[in-house]
Design a protein around this ligand. Sequence first.
Ligand SMILES: CC(C)(COP(=O)(O)OP(=O)(O)OC[C@H]1O[C@@H](n2cnc3c(N)ncnc32)[C@H](O)[C@@H]1OP(=O)(O)O)[C@@H](O)C(=O)NCCC(=O)NCCS
Length: 216
Amino acid sequence: MSKLFVRPYQFKDREAVLRIGADTAFFGAPIEAYMEDRNVFLEAFYAYYTDIEPEHAWVACADETVVGFLTGCVDSHIHDRRYVRFILPGLVSKALRGKYRFGRRSIGYLSGLLGGWLRGEFTHADLETYPAHLHINVDSNWRGHGLGQRLMDAYLQQLRKLGVKGVYLDTTSLNEAACRLYEKIGFRILDARPDRFWAKWFGYPVENRCYGLRLI
Ligand SMILES: CC(C)(COP(=O)(O)OP(=O)(O)OC[C@H]1O[C@@H](n2cnc3c(N)ncnc32)[C@H](O)[C@@H]1OP(=O)(O)O)[C@@H](O)C(=O)NCCC(=O)NCCS
């Protein structure tokens, strides 16, 4: 029997966190379903949390192996400013120098994202009431052992200690286990909008959802 526990993220966990992040990015399955080069996604999406705000990240371990994580941000306005300053220039520079592989899948996905944005399908949270946000993923072999719940407990306790007013997260109706977990904890849907890109992909209606939880 493995010993399961949750602890704060350390820099040595970076590779494992990024691997799990990419292996679970397609509704719990690997990102390669819609992107040829996982580094584009990891550097655009997760590098902020592992490299710039690592003090609010948590990992779930089975013995010494990292099998899940929660990456957090306590102030989403600060995230946006730091993202533009520290992450975006590197991404643009690497893309222009041809350091990423963009094939049909990535181009289809990125144009789908753009279309969703133009059609107003992205959800929004009121950042004054819900300033913090999070991303959570557990390796498919280790789901259902209570680690998702323990990661959430650790982060929410940290936010409460810091006096943060509220926390939000973005997900979809396809992330069923995740939605159940959030609702069980007390999160409620703040905003929900139909997503045409994923609906076309899967052949049935999909909803983008923003969940929020007030902490004080
Ligand atoms: C969502 C996720 C992090 C949950 O982690 P987990 O370790 O499997 O969850 P836990 O074992 O702690 O379960 C906690 C609660 O989640 C819900 N849940 C977990 N697995 C579920 C499943 N297969 N079906 C329905 N609800 C489920 C239940 O409410 C459960 O509480 P209960 O056991 O009292 O019923 C994990 O399933 C995951 O990584 N999924 C794929 C990626 C993903 O969707 N990430 C979230 C993106 S927004």
